[in-house]
Design a binder for this molecule. Structure first.
Ligand SMILES: CC(C)(COP(=O)(O)OP(=O)(O)OC[C@H]1O[C@@H](n2cnc3c(N)ncnc32)[C@H](O)[C@@H]1OP(=O)(O)O)[C@@H](O)C(=O)NCCC(=O)NCCS
Length: 157
């Protein structure tokens, strides 16, 4: 597996991945795969690949403008076929390093769905803490209105 910057040629597979996330409706707010792909194209985006096969992707960007611009926001997705094999962890570790290299002082996830146990467990292993919980802030495909966490970690000592 290699992690490298997103290229134009990755977009069709990224779109497919975005479609599975949108269809699933349990982890991200997006209802249109194009909106998820656009978010990648606006950010600093990286992909995990095995040859020509896209395994996963992430992007980061400033979470806020101006006086909040030193905090990065990031989003991650791994294809269903590639999950539970360490791709998410590798992307998470890469994101922490890439954001740190760009001078970000912290990383914040704005909406980690409280039912998304594997994601929460992974982010906690990578040093993120639940900063707060927003009651009913996510409309889950099967569970209805569920809580979501803001998760945060410093990137500087
Ligand atoms: C969340 C996601 C990115 C994780 O990617 P992944 O490639 O499956 O993750 P990994 O294989 O690297 O596993 C991560 C770790 O979490 C652990 N884990 C997984 N599910 C767990 C659970 N229910 N409880 C505790 N630990 C769990 C794994 O054992 C692994 O630990 P390790 O690295 O110490 O061995 C992936 O499932 C995904 O894309 N989900 C859909 C989109 C999404 O939820 N994105 C994140 C939104 S916040």
């Amino acid at each position: 597996m290699e992690i490298r910057p997103l290229r134009d040629g990755d977009v069709p597979q990224l779109f497919e991945l975005a479609q599975t996330i949108v269809k699933d409706g349990t982890t991200y707010v997006f209802e249109d795969a194009n909106d998820f792909v656009s978010a990648f194209l606006r950010g600093h985006a990286f992909v995990a690949v095995d040859g020509d096969e896209l395994l996963g992707a992430y992007y980061f960007r400033a979470n806020q403008p101006g006086r909040g611009a030193h905090v990065a926001n990031a989003s991650f997705a791994v294809t269903e076929a590639a999950r539970n094999q360490g791709v998410g962890r590798a992307l998470g570790e890469h994101a922490i390093e890439a954001a740190r290299e760009r001078g970000f002082r912290a990383m914040q996830f704005n909406l980690v769905v409280a039912t998304n146990e594997s994601a929460i467990a992974l982010w906690q292993k990578l040093g993120f803490e639940i900063a707060g919980t927003l009651p009913g802030s996510f409309h889950h495909e099967t569970d209805g209105y569920v809580d979501a966490h803001v998760m945060y970690r410093a990137l500087i000592d």
